[in-house]
Write a protein that binds this ligand. Structure first.
Ligand code: IVH
Length: 719
């Protein structure tokens, strides 16, 4: 049942800007320049993006490469030569420049090395702050009153947006002191406001925003009857009193005291770093938290902190030498929506899921995305075949924020939602925004249970579809955990099941309590996992507790689990957590015998005197305490350390020395004095081959065989 998404290998190409190739002809170059100019004009005007960030960066990088190779080609209107487009009517007090880009830590180090060469000495210190994905504005306060807000425009002149922007959060109308100052920063939309804004738009019959950045751009310039909240964050200022102007960090701190929102107060606070090593670490730390900030960042800006350093480094024609933007992989891209699948969740919730042409978003290849619900899908008029905007923030499952309606194929047809439950063909309950199968949880119960009991998963012998049907119909079970509560009389009362079969079934269900974690995990039917991946996950983490506590970064350590899969698996685990707890309460094993944490878990359980007697662990005494076992000589297939781990895995305590307290000694080839001492003390001895068999039986969940092997040395454990 896990609808494993087939691995797709085709990936939409992204040109690594560091390896961009020059255009073969000047015509090609000029076309690229024109395309970049059109895209930049749309970008700065806040119109629908013609290119997504990664495409623009790649295009720009090729233009740079061409100009480097063929300086004579250079067009006067190259995006490398000019800043933005000329428009508007406010002249900036000084040009609003852009900033150079790097895309990896190597680029960052190169930039720092160049800067230090320019200075002829190390940079005193650096700052690292979020590169907010919004629009640059300049804000003038005169005598403490908000006087003018202008967009960046051409960089030299911008548009007066004072009336639209004066309610932007983070820009007080009056400052606590009558200062005259110009502040520069970014207007952006928080993730929460973006969601609200999209709903507002739909409610007004307008198409939704493509992403928070274009939402902010559109809202800043629009004259609307409704307000979509915008926010501001400052990253520079002019006219700051000298005592606060000696460094960037001091300036930003000063702005904070004036009540202005700054990069220092954000959830991705500005940090001061002593050297480029610290900078690299801070950049990585911010990158890891990218999805949790509550607003979009498209990178990190690194600056020389001291004003003296900045002044000495100066500017190139286009950008300052004292600062650089470290760009993260684009987290909004466009791709083609191949089809819309319909998924029925465990509780019967029916959701449309987008199947996409693979595309890199936020550094991860994305092949599917959530479409929220059918009403939303229809209102947004997203259709199979459309070019759609995809957004992925951190570990969040990617979402489709809208479709590029202009690029729609002529033969496209509106999407028709299902009229019956795709799983059980029953009625759909449409009374809520989230549609559900009218049978709710019951819709999926049987399929889920069948999967749990199947040979690939828990392999419960003698439990077929007919018995499951009867148990479900009688209300004896609703989930897999209820199976472990069944008794002989209940089963025997079922049609066609005698006492003998009922007893056998109770026993075979009980025997699955000791199945390894990988089988339990398989049986849960987690989306995007199958038997093999479940085994890999179980081995990697060792215990269910470790799996449930795994962070996105830890998930990605597992071979075969990328960001997309990790997000889906985590979300699924949250859904089945109650069932997992119920299974554990029924004594179902939640550790993987060969997992790294298994030995530790066994040891911890052994130390915990309150732990229930481990009936499934062969090396436990009837009171639940561990037997003490010494392994000497080699055990076939195991290293010395694994031999000791195996003792713990079996529920025992391994010891290095033989004493009268030793319960028995495992003797293998090459055993020495310990075997002699065991004989002297008259201790029971288990042959290493037998011990290996015991381990195999235990790992296979075959408790009777394990007990029988032990009985050959320790008749007292019989029973
Ligand atoms: S400093 C001289 N700091 O990114 C330019 N810019 O490509 C100094 N941005 O135009 C810019 N967050 O719109 C700076 N913390 C930050 C920023 C930031 C976003 C934008 C800004 C600028 C562009 C640079």
């Amino acid at each position: 049942m896990p609808d494993d998404l087939a691995e797709r290998t085709a990936v939409a190409p992204i040109v690594d800007p560091a390896h961009a190739q020059a255009h073969p002809t000047r015509d090609g170059y000029l076309q690229a320049v024109a395309q970049a100019r059109r895209a930049a004009a749309a970008y700065y005007a806040g119109e629908q993006a013609l290119l997504d960030d990664a495409e623009y960066d790649a295009l720009y990088a090729r233009i740079v490469a061409s100009e480097r190779e063929h300086p004579q080609w250079r067009a006067a209107d190259s995006p490398t030569a000019v800043v933005g487009t000329a428009s508007g009517d406010v002249e900036h007090s000084s040009p609003m420049l852009s900033i150079g880009n790097v895309f990896n830590s190597e680029g960052l180090r190169d930039w720092a090395a160049k800067l230090e060469k320019t200075l002829g000495r190390p940079v005193t210190r650096y700052t690292v702050e979020p590169k907010i994905d919004g629009l640059a504005i300049a804000v003038r306060y005169t005598e403490g009153r908000l006087a003018l807000i202008a967009t960046r425009g051409s960089g030299h002149t911008g548009e007066d947006v004072t009336s639209q922007a004066r309610l932007v959060a983070g820009l007080p109308a009056r400052l606590p002191a009558p200062v005259t100052i110009e502040i520069r920063g970014e207007v952006y939309m928080t993730d929460a406001d973006f969601a609200k804004g999209c709903d507002l738009r739909l409610a007004h019959g307008e198409p939704v925003f493509a992403n928070p950045r274009s939402a902010a751009a559109g809202s800043l310039r629009a004259q609307r009857v409704y307000d979509v909240p915008l926010s501001f964050m400052a990253y520079a200022a002019y006219g700051v009193p000298a005592e606060h102007a000696h460094s960037h960090s001091a300036t930003i701190e000063h702005l904070g005291t004036l009540g202005i929102a700054t990069t220092a107060q954000s959830s991705a606070a500005l940090t001061v770093c002593a050297d480029i090593e610290e900078v690299t670490a801070a950049v990585a730390a911010l990158g890891a938290r990218r999805g949790d900030l509550g607003f979009g960042i498209d990178g990190v800006v690194v600056k020389a902190d001291l004003t003296a350093d900045q002044e000495q480094a100066g500017y190139s024609t286009r950008a300052p030498r004292w600062g650089i933007a470290y760009k993260f992989p684009a987290d909004t891209r466009t791709t083609k929506l191949l089809r819309i699948d319909v998924q029925v969740g465990r509780t019967g919730v029916i959701t449309p899921v987008a199947v996409l042409e693979p595309v890199q978003v936020g550094g991860v290849v994305v092949t599917s995305a959530t479409l929220h619900n059918f009403a939303d899908l229809q209102r947004r008029d997203v259709r199979p075949g459309d070019t759609v905007h995809i957004r992925r923030a951190g570990d969040v499952i990617p979402e489709i924020t809208g479709a590029v309606h202009d690029a729609r194929p002529a033969d496209s047809a509106a999407y028709t939602p299902p009229d019956q439950c795709p799983r059980c063909a029953g009625d759909i309950d449409r009374s809520n925004q989230r549609w559900r199968c009218a049978r709710g949880r019951a819709c999926g119960e049987k399929a889920t249970l069948l999967y749990y009991t199947s040979r690939d998963a828990m392999d419960i012998e003698g439990l077929g579809e007919k018995i499951l049907d009867a148990l479900l119909a009688a209300g004896h079970i609703t989930d897999a955990a209820d199976l472990y509560g069944l008794d002989v009389p209940t089963l025997a009362a079922l049609d066609r099941l005698g006492t003998v079969s009922a007893t056998n079934l109770v026993n075979s269900i009980a025997a699955t309590r000791t199945r390894p974690l990988s089988r339990v995990l398989t049986g849960l039917g987690i989306r995007m996992t199958g038997r093999t991946l479940s085994r890999r996950i179980a081995r990697h983490f060792g215990t269910m507790d470790a799996i449930l506590a795994a962070t996105p970064a830890e998930w990605e350590q597992v071979d075969g689990i990328g960001g997309e899969r990790a997000a889906v698996i985590s979300a699924e685990l949250v859904e089945v957590a109650p069932l997992i707890a119920k299974l554990a309460a029924h004594g179902v094993n939640m550790t993987e015998p060969t997992g790294p944490a298994a030995a530790a878990a066994a040891a911890a359980a052994a130390a915990d005197t309150d732990a229930p007697a481990g009936a499934a662990l062969p090396l436990r005494r009837p009171d639940g305490s561990p037997m003490t076992v010494v392994v000497t000589g080699s055990v076939p297939g195991l290293t010395r350390n694994q031999g000791n781990e195996a003792v713990e895995e079996l529920g025992g305590k391994s010891s290095g020395s033989v004493s009268p307290k030793t319960d028995f000694v495992v003797v293998g080839e090459g055993a020495g004095s310990k075997a002699t001492k065991a004989a002297d003390l008259g201790l029971p001895v288990l042959d290493a081959d037998k011990f290996a068999q015991l381990l195999t039986a235990h790992r296979a969940g075959d408790h009777p065989t394990a007990v029988a092997i032990l009985d050959t040395v320790l008749p007292r454990t019989a029973g």
